[in-house]
Design a protein around this ligand. Structure first.
Ligand code: HSE
Length: 422
């Protein structure tokens, strides 16, 4: 690293080794130029010295970065910080581990890597006197991870609720306006919101990985993404969204976890009452609430897109070069096991959509009451109904759903997201 002087401000020349040069990687390279004034104000001049890519001959919008598909050739470029935006587990895990073992800081936007191996990679970083930064892995354009890592008291613990996948939120927002699932997904892909395989977005896996990272940040390092109950948004139909509106709410793709007295977890579609803050946001916007009631803190902003992700990654490079960190070096005493308590949704109200059932809403309400799942609101049209229930355990919900389905009725259910009371 060398130092030059720009307008009387000492500017450090910093060499970035880039792992991956897809949509986000190219946005990072472009942002080095478009944000160079701001970076100079932060005392840095950043240059990308080389990028490791799967196919150097692929079309790219950037031309001034040497590309290679040979990890050994890439490793021979000297750099001060490595930025990993390959995505997926391998070769990202091996290359990040090798970099950290050499004492070089790493900045990553890779949710899958952090959810599966973030804990061990942070320990490796600490063992080699360096840091791993992953702000862009959760709520891509919103600086929440480093805040939570540095302010464990202010940010509370024990309850997480959010809309943390921009693609599925964009799709459901568009469907609420009458657009088809396929049309909305195609636009989310075209806008660069979706993962390379959009199945990760619509299946809820991307959101579950982000929730895993947040739980690890809070010390629940035993939690694995596969522990968390989840459902995708693929099965949602336009009438579900319309009936939710008639019941005074909206269906949103959420990630919920509570490690308190009444613990539980859910990643997937949920009924959000219109008065809830989550009902006020739309499109690619993410929102995250941490803590309960009046002490909850709320983060919100752009959740996906190459440009916003690139800027967050570069902010992490600034953090790394300023020596701020390491983030989230958890002391053993804060490692709180939680996985066994997060395998099912918690007790609460439920929203049910029923198709091909009696057109007599009274009969349906009687049936639900007899099955320990009393309805408190009902919207009906012909043989389709949507029901909001009183508070019930997950076991009671499933028993009632099984009883209904035994009579040949199609049932879809969603948890109801509580409106916080201070
Ligand atoms: N595919 C992700 C999303 C990108 O839609 O949220 C940001 O993590």
């Amino acid at each position: 690293m060398s130092v030059s002087v720009l307008n009387s401000v000492a500017v450090r020349e910093v060499r970035i080794g880039l792992l991956g040069c897809g949509g986000v990687g190219q946005a990072i390279v472009q942002a080095l130029t478009t944000s160079d004034d701001r970076l100079a104000e932060a005392g840095l001049s950043l240059t990308c010295v080389a990028a490791l890519v799967r196919d150097p001959s692929g079309p790219r919008a950037v031309s001034d970065v040497p590309l290679t598909n040979d990890p050994d050739a890439w490793s021979r470029y000297e750099c001060d910080v490595v930025v990993e935006v390959l995505g997926g587990i391998e070769p990202a895990r091996t290359l990040v581990a090798r970099t950290l073992s050499a004492g070089i800081p790493v900045v990553t936007a890779n949710k899958s890597l952090m959810a599966a191996h973030g804990v061990e990679l942070q320990a490796l970083a600490a063992a080699h006197g360096t840091s791993l930064y992953f702000e862009a892995s959760v709520l891509a354009g919103v600086p929440c991870v480093n805040t939570l890592a540095r302010r464990p008291l202010a940010s509370g613990r024990g309850a997480w609720a959010g809309i943390v996948n921009g693609t599925s939120h964009f799709i459901l927002s568009e469907m609420t306006r009458g657009r088809s699932f396929d049309g909305a997904l195609a636009e989310a892909v075209a806008r660069g919101y979706a993962e390379p395989s959009s199945d990760a977005d619509v299946s809820g896996r991307d959101a579950a990985e982000k929730l895993t990272i947040l739980l690890h940040l809070a010390g629940h390092t035993d939690v694995a993404t596969a522990d968390l109950p989840r459902r995708g948004i693929e099965g949602l139909e336009t009438w579900h969204l319309e009936f939710a509106r008639r019941l005074g709410g909206v269906i949103k793709p959420v990630a919920l976890a509570d490690t308190g007295h009444d613990a539980g977890c859910w990643v997937g579609p949920a009924f959000v009452p219109a008065s809830h803050p989550f009902a006020q946001v739309e499109g690619v916007t993410n929102i995250l609430s941490i803590g309960r009631g009046a002490s909850a803190v709320l983060f919100s902003g752009p959740g996906a897109g190459a440009d916003v992700t690139a800027l967050t990654v570069l902010d992490d490079v600034v953090e790394a070069m300023a020596g701020r960190g390491p983030v989230n070096q958890l002391a053993p005493e804060v490692l709180v096991p939680a996985a066994h308590r997060l395998r099912e949704p918690r007790t609460g109200a439920w929203c049910l959509a029923l198709d091909c059932v009696t057109s007599n809403a009274g009969e349906l309400a009687e049936f639900l009451a007899a099955n320990h799942l009393p309805a408190i609101a009902l919207a009906s049209e012909g043989s389709r109904h949507a029901v909001l229930t009183a508070t019930a355990t997950y076991a009671a919900l499933i028993a009632a759903v099984d009883a209904i389905e035994a009579s040949g009725v199609r049932v879809t259910w969603w948890p109801v997201v509580e409106v916080a009371h201070g």
